[in-house]
Design a protein around this ligand. Structure first.
Ligand code: COA
Length: 325
């Protein structure tokens, strides 16, 4: 049995085949929406998993079609390309973007066909120019705190999704935009990228993790300089202080980001997941606890078929075929 991807009902006729391809014939269906929005669809929907190893992936198909209004979501070759799509507002994060990003993160976490993620902003001017200031201007202390906690939760889930996430920073990454980029595992910046935490200029502080992640990435002194001055730095300076991994020409940004992600995805997926988890948890523990976690992962990974395959492929002088098992 498999779940119908339209209405989530169990379909006795799905069978093994539906793990690879499930076609659902036209039916009037309600798709739970975002906030108060409810979309009705009446169309044939085709789902296909096209990753090279999809026959080995668990049949996770209880997510629903993503129909966001402020994001673009595209999945091919195991790579989810997520684009924040409000270019007229420099991709500012309003409540809808955060809610829809939460839905996308759920898809990333639970859809085995997603093996890695590239996150970027629409247009050539901005990655994300921060939280939506028109919404901030209306908030009081209770909803202000709730907005901060909700955004922090979505970013944290992205950071802990267990799959590599690369931010392709294509312009302004300010406030919530810089914070979103910092929640990604790797940041590649276009030459025109600009980074900063300008919240203090608005009489508010960072709300989506800036005070927590920035010092971890660039050190306390440099973080405080950026947080207290609200100054913007260019891509070269961001690279110099360790805020970004690489700076590339703007027209090569997506290509370079994909190339790096594809290099990562050639490696054992369980080993990648273990590295992400060990670094995430290890940074917040003592050295001894971090080392113990690493040793536990090392032992656990030694029980996997991937580890046998990787070591055997080395001795046989061929490329390994990892199956995530
Ligand atoms: N929230 C809401 N709208 C935003 C925004 C934000 N964070 N950042 C930009 N916009 C909107 C502008 O209001 C403008 O909308 P309009 O055309 O309807 O007036 C549009 O995006 C273009 O921005 P504009 O300011 O005209 O572009 P610019 O090239 O002159 O300046 C910035 C670019 C990034 C320097 C400037 O937009 C800016 O300082 N943005 C706010 C950055 C910030 O403080 N972020 C942290 C928020 S907590």
């Amino acid at each position: 049995m498999s779940r119908c991807p339209v209405d989530g009902r169990w379909d006795a006729h799905g069978g093994e085949d539906s793990r690879r391809r499930s076609r659902v014939t036209s039916r009037r269906s309600l798709i739970a929406g975002y906030g108060s929005r409810v979309a009705t669809i009446e169309e044939r929907i085709t789902f296909e998993a096209r990753t090279p190893n999809d026959q080995f992936l668990p049949a996770t198909r209880d997510w629903r079609p993503i129909m966001p209004t402020t994001l673009l979501f595209e999945l091919s070759d195991g790579i989810a390309r997520v684009t924040i799509n409000r270019p007229d507002k420099l991709n500012a994060l309003n409540a809808t973007v955060i809610a829809e990003l939460g839905d996308v993160v759920t898809r990333i976490e639970t859809d085995a066909a997603v093996r890695g993620v590239i996150l970027t902003g629409a247009g050539s001017k901005a990655f994300v120019a921060g939280a939506d200031i028109s919404e901030l201007s209306e908030q009081g202390p209770i909803d202000g705190k709730a907005r901060s906690i909700l955004g922090q939760m979505v970013f944290r889930r992205l950071e802990r999704c267990g799959k590599p996430v690369i931010a392709a920073v294509n312009g302004f990454a300010l406030g919530g935009g810089c914070e979103l980029a910092m929640a990604c595992h790797i940041r590649i910046a276009a030459e025109n990228a600009r980074f900063g935490q300008p919240e203090v200029k608005l009489g508010i502080g960072p709300g989506y993790g800036g005070t927590a992640r920035l010092p971890r990435l660039v050190g306390r002194g440099r973080a405080l300089e950026l947080l207290l001055t609200g100054a913007m730095i260019d891509a070269a300076e961001a690279y110099r202080i360790g805020l970004v991994n690489r700076v590339v020409p703007g027209d090569a940004l997506l290509e370079e980001s994909e190339a790096m992600l594809k290099t990562i995805l050639e490696n054992g997926p369980l080993a990648i997941k273990a590295c992400l988890e060990a670094v995430d948890a290890g940074l917040d523990t003592s050295l001894d606890q971090g080392l113990l976690l690493e040793a536990n992962h090392f032992g656990l990974l030694s029980s996997t078929e991937d580890m046998r395959e990787g070591t055997r492929a080395f001795t046989e002088k061929r490329k390994p075929v990892f199956r995530g098992l």
